[in-house]
Design a protein around this ligand. Structure first.
Ligand code: IPM
Ligand code: MG
Length: 362
């Protein structure tokens, strides 16, 4: 097949991990006789520096025309001024919103060879295989009003948590559909004892669940969910959350896998590409890691696995996706480690060397 991919390397370690994924995608293309035309575009801080906007029109167009988009990371101390008129993160939020990518999938499955890299006890990690389905285009991130103002002579600020029924319904449906391909359990996270949006969330999820009598549904308050993620993570199958809760819980869940650098994500919506498949955005869940940016030592696993999700969900290349996942898997099994997962005294590979090991196994 021929596919058009837009790559958004972004800031910090973004360009390093996206370069790794690009090489892996080229290897996959060569292996399967495919052609992936990959075009890079600016997003985030580097886009602000070049154009004044964190998502220039040209980049958005490149995303809208692509069959799928692969993103590295955005942000960094250079653009952190709280009074700055635009922020790198605004570019990421804008592209998610513009492409209507309301369902963010974050699978967490600890690699058996990396169990020791997690601070959790080995027995807690046994059987952990969960999928966070995070609502991505509404909630606190986008609700209006969102602003700074002055109240009674005092600086004040407001963010608005808002959800409509339809926004909840579509992401809930995505979660139930995905649960059908897994262990058929949805744990819906909310704060229904306090938040009105959560009560609407719970009510809507119950209604949607009636179309899925074969899928078990439980409701978990977000504070308890945070606890259960470390006390009994294996009890979760699909964790359905609103935007902010999902952001927080997915970073917590990444600890189960031994490294924030290891986790991929896919953001999907209803828009279709030339293949009739979702025009998705794929990105590791980690940030731009300014502390190690430019050193070439970042763990590309999350981005490589995001590329695998891209192959599966947006290009329909399930075998190629599995081949890439298996290559990452076997490199890790064979002891390949980047600095974040190497044990004291163990030799760590840099990003390029790790990627080479993966590609050799494709
Ligand atoms: C994530 C990130 C983003 C988010 C930031 C960079 C805006 O933390 O993808 O989890 O909060 O969604
Ligand atoms: Mg996050």
């Amino acid at each position: 097949m021929q596919a058009n991919l837009t790559l958004l390397p972004g800031d910090g370690i973004g360009p390093e991990v996206v370069a790794a994924a690009r090489q892996a995608l080229e290897a996959i293309a060569a292996r399967g006789g495919h052609r992936f035309d990959m075009q890079e575009a600016l997003i985030g801080g580097c886009a602000i520096d070049a154009t004044g906007s964190p998502l220039p029109e040209e980049s958005l167009q490149a995303c809208e025309q692509a069959d799928a988009v692969l993103l590295g990371a955005v942000g960094g101390p250079k653009w952190d001024d709280p009074n700055a008129p635009v922020r790198p993160e605004g570019g990421l939020l804008a592209v998610r919103k513009a492409l209507e990518l309301f369902a963010n999938l974050r699978p967490v499955r600890p690699h058996p060879a990396l169990v020791d890299a997690s601070p959790l006890k080995r027995e807690r990690l046994e059987g952990v295989d969960l999928l966070v389905v995070r609502e991505l285009t509404s909630g606190l991130y986008f609700g209006q009003p969102k602003k700074r103002y002055v109240q009674d002579g005092e600086p004040a600020a407001v963010d608005t948590l808002i959800y409509t029924r339809c926004e909840i319904e579509r992401v809930a449906r995505a979660a139930f559909e995905l649960a059908r391909g897994r262990r058929r359990k949805v744990s819906s996270v909310d704060k229904a004892n306090v938040l009105e949006t959560s009560r609407l969330w719970r009510q809507t999820v119950v209604e949607v669940s009636q179309e899925y009598p074969d899928v078990a549904l439980e409701h978990v308050l977000v504070d308890a969910a945070a606890m259960f993620l470390v006390t009994r993570p294996a009890s979760f199958d699909v964790l359905l959350t609103e935007n902010t809760f999902g952001d927080i819980l997915s970073d917590e869940a990444s600890v189960l896998s031994g490294s924030l650098g290891a986790l991929p994500s896919a953001s999907l919506g209803e828009r279709r590409n030339r293949f009739g498949l979702p025009r998705g955005l794929y990105e590791p869940i980690h940030g731009s890691a300014p502390d190690i940016a430019g050193k070439g030592i970042a763990n590309p696993t999350g981005t490589l696995l995001s590329a695998a999700m891209l192959l599966r969900h947006s290009l329909g290349l399930a075998d190629e996706a599995a081949a890439l996942e298996a290559a990452v898997d076997s490199a890790i099994r064979d002891g390949c480690r980047t600095a974040d997962t190497a044990r004291p005294g163990e030799q760590a590979l840099d990003t390029q060397a790790f990627t080479k090991e993966v590609i050799a196994r494709i």
